[in-house]
Design a protein. Structure first.
Length: 94
């Protein structure tokens, strides 16, 4: 169990085990394999996976596994400008 999400699903009524693996940035490694599929909409890090767009909703932001990035800025940093000024990467850019 990693990050609060088990990468294994058990189907007890047919005694079948399905396993899902991901690349480091969240792309599904088992997507092309034939099989029974994955029950539910939980994907990488327990986020809700959208099959039509390929994005994963991780609460306040949409994550793109193909890019390995979030598509919008962090709402907490936008809300509190003090956090932006104190961020360590901000000091490096000067």
């Amino acid at each position: 169990m990693r990050n609060g999400v088990s990468p294994t699903r058990r189907r007890w009524h047919v005694l079948q085990l399905t396993r899902r693996t991901y690349t480091p940035f969240g792309q599904d490694r088992t997507a092309g394999n034939s099989g029974t599929g994955w029950a539910g909409d939980k994907g990488f890090l327990g986020g809700v996976a959208d099959d039509t767009t390929g994005l994963t909703n991780l609460g306040a932001r949409e994550y793109c596994p193909g890019l390995g990035r979030f598509l919008n800025p962090d709402p907490l940093l936008q809300r509190d400008p003090v956090l932006v000024r104190l961020h360590p990467r901000r000091r490096i850019r000067r």
